[in-house]
Structures are given as structure tokens and as C-alpha cells.
Design a protein around this ligand. Structure first.
Ligand code: FES
Length: 106
């Protein structure tokens, strides 16, 4: 199990233990994290799983491929250098302590 924290911008933090092998969108849904919807189920066609990774953790989340990069142009809240689509990051023990910021759509 890996501990993940979601910081809801301007609101509260949600932390939880996540089963390794899930992706971070599935983990968010399992912990009732608001504003992460995962409408496409993780097939990289909706961008409703957008998060900002705490900068010190960004490298640990791995590279952004071309399809994710294109989809990051379609997020409700404008992308930043630390943006990821959370369905594309698999939970693993190396991510224990990961902090994600959840943008609130306008
Ligand atoms: S859940 Fe649709 S792109 Fe991540």
C-alpha cells in the first residue's frame, strides 16, 4: 500500500492508502476525491483526471507521452509544468508520500 495525499485547492486535504497497481485516477475515485471524474475510465480521452503533481515528485511520476501531452491541452483548468492526467500514473511503492493538487474547474 502506498500513501497518497490530494490537496483540494482552497479546501481540504484527503489522504489514503492505495493499493499498488491502481492508477492515480482510480485511487482518487476510491477515496471520493472531488473534481477527479475519470469519465473515460482511463483510456486517455477525457482529461477529467487532471492533477498538479507536487514539484518534488514530478520526476517520480514518469514521462508524459505524446497522447497525454495532447490531452493536457484539453483540461478545464489550464495545464502547468506539473500537470499530469492521473489515469496515466500507476501507483507503486516509490510513490509513497506523493502529494497531488486537485484543480477546481470554474
Ligand atoms: S480518466 Fe480520462 S483521460 Fe484520464
Amino acid at each position: 500500500m502506498t500513501r497518497i495525499t490530494w490537496k483540494i485547492e482552497g479546501d481540504r486535504d484527503i489522504s489514503g492508502e492505495v493499493e499498488d497497481g491502481l492508477n492515480l485516477m482510480e485511487a482518487a475515485i476510491a477515496h471520493d476525491v472531488p473534481y477527479i471524474y475519470g469519465e473515460c475510465g482511463g483510456c486517455l480521452s477525457c482529461a477529467t483526471c487532471h492533477v498538479f503533481v507536487e514539484p518534488e515528485w514530478l520526476e517520480m511520476t514518469g514521462p508524459v507521452d505524446d497522447v497525454e501531452d495532447a490531452m493536457l491541452e484539453m483540461t478545464d483548468v489550464e495545464r502547468r509544468k506539473t500537470s499530469r492526467l492521473s489515469c496515466q500514473v500507476e501507483v507503486s511503492p516509490e510513490l509513497d508520500g506523493l502529494v497531488l493538487h486537485v484543480p477546481i474547474p470554474e
